[in-house]
Ligand binder design. Structure first.
Ligand code: BG6
Length: 474
């Protein structure tokens, strides 16, 4: 078995999809707190200007699964499965309600003290994302989100506060969740509201530059605070983009599309803009405004490890006519791959693609990888004896874990695996509760009705055995 005995098995959630308590103990509004559920959410995400002015009937993030009040019982269940690591995020507006204050909100800090202590009680290592789709709303309304360089300073202040505060409790940190999301859903990733008369690429890549600088500043702060005891990672929504056919033009197109996603990690890991960026920016008519010190900063403070989410591979063609058939199950458009099946939400299922992606990334960066999201969003039915027979989820995970282990055998250095939504949470893309990923069922529906009670699914015991056997029993 190629997995080391220290392999970090666990699960992942994010504050904005789990905590609820959206105004409690001084928390400010996050961008996600103005987003509705269902079809309206899709529209809001792609037309945030309208969304910001609209009153919706229901906002799923306001209560979510109320992890804020249930974290002790939930972590106990994670411990029962044998988690060695638990990934969550700190809600930035819980610490700095508007984002531009000089003093943090003590109540917010105390909450995460308690949360991380609870993890430690069970020897669970927290893995903490600093910004997961919840930039403070005020920074968007007053400053224009990440298009404004001032956000770099606000983020740096926030990062310094939490890195300092939790230096003895948290070792693994991620600076931005799915940093490439900025290109696909700019409101989610960067709090960006882009006007029709603007060059959208200019706005997105300028905001990306600000996040890349902010990420390096957080890494710098981390190294100054805790030296090598901290491990700082970047995080990519990863998926190998395959060529539609073996026509050389299709292959070239896939190479170019892959470069666009790796762009972020190329900077965060290698510490400089990649050589292909010059041409890309020229073609997109993008000019990045940089401060004189930026290049040295990026070079001096690259990340220690590379984390990523993986749900499916994608497919692209050089022929615009063919590409018109691309659909988006989520943020990413893809052609239909005839060799793959899809989930209830149209996400194409490709376990081998995980092995391919891991090999590509490790070849490219030669730094440890960490799979911090993977899983199946599906419709679950609670049975009369209060469980869910989720064999489909077990099957999905089993196949992915097999390929993960193969990739490690290929020589990839992998720190750990945290399955996404280890307890059912609100879906980021659709705002639905019905799209469930968890080993633990939460009794709430799409409108937030239900008892909120937690029930173990069949996959709960299955995953427990996987962890117990360090991946031998799948
Ligand atoms: C990733 C995000 O994009 O995918 C998560 O980091 C998200 O926040 C996950 O929940 C699954 O997407 P969805 O839309 O099914 O919740």
């Amino acid at each position: 078995m190629p997995l080391s005995k220290d392999f970090l098995w666990g699960g992942a959630i994010a504050a904005n999809q789990a905590e609820g308590a959206y105004k409690e103990d001084g928390k400010g509004m996050a961008l996600v707190d103005v987003l509705p559920a269902g079809q309206e959410r899709r529209e809001a995400l792609f037309n945030p200007e309208v969304a910001l002015k609209t009153e919706y009937n229901y906002y799923p993030s306001h209560d979510s699964i109320d992890f804020y009040h249930n974290y002790k019982a939930d972590i106990k269940l994670f411990a029962e499965m044998g988690f060695k690591v638990f990934r969550t995020s700190i809600s930035w507006p819980r610490i700095f309600p508007n984002g531009d204050e000089t003093e943090p909100n003590q109540k917010g800090l105390e909450f995460y003290d308690n949360l991380f202590d609870e993890c430690k009680k069970y020897d669970i290592e927290p893995l903490v994302t600093l910004n997961h789709f919840d930039t403070p709303l005020y920074l968007i309304e007053e400053y224009g989100g990440w298009r404004n360089r001032k956000l770099v300073d606000f983020y740096e202040r926030y990062a310094k506060v939490v890195l300092n505060r939790y230096k003895n409790k948290v070792k693994y940190w991620l600076t931005f969740n799915e940093i490439n999301m900025l290109l696909h859903i700019p409101f989610f990733g960067g709090g960006l509201v882009i006007r029709e008369d603007e060059n959208a690429d200019q706005v997105k890549y300028q905001a990306a530059h600000h996040q890349l600088v902010a990420s390096s500043l957080a890494t710098k702060a981390a190294k100054e605070i805790n030296g090598e005891d901290f491990m700082i990672g970047c995080m990519l929504a990863a998926a190998e983009i395959y060529p539609y056919t073996c026509h050389p033009d299709d292959l070239l197109k896939s190479v170019k599309e892959n470069q666009k996603q790796y762009f972020f990690i190329d900077v965060q890991s290698r510490g400089e803009y990649p050589s292909y960026a010059n041409r890309l920016f020229r073609e997109l008519d993008v000019e990045i405004e940089m401060e004189p010190e930026d290049k040295v900063l990026l070079k001096t403070y690259p990340v220690d490890f590379i984390s990523f989410s993986y749900y499916s591979s994608r497919l692209t063609s050089a022929d615009p006519e063919v590409n018109k058939q691309a659909t988006s199950g989520n943020a990413f458009k893809s052609l239909k791959n005839p060799y793959l099946e899809s989930s209830d939400w149209g996400w194409q299922i490709d376990p081998v693609g995980l092995r391919v992606t891991m090999n590509q990334m490790y070849d490219r960066y030669q730094k440890p990888l960490f799979i911090v999201e993977n899983g199946l969003g599906a419709v679950d039915e609670l049975t009369e004896d209060n469980t869910v027979e989720d064999d489909y989820r077990i099957e999905y995970m089993r196949e992915h874990l097999k390929e993960m282990i193969e990739a490690v055998d290929d020589g990839v250095d992998l720190l750990g695996y945290t399955s996404w939504g280890c307890i059912d949470i609100v879906s980021a893309g659709t705002g639905e509760m019905k799209k469930r990923y968890g080993f633990i069922y939460v009794d709430l529906d799409n409108e937030g009705n239900g008892t909120g009670k937690r029930y173990k699914k069949k996959s709960f015991n299955w995953y427990k055995k996987v962890i117990e056997s360090n991946g031998e029993t799948l």
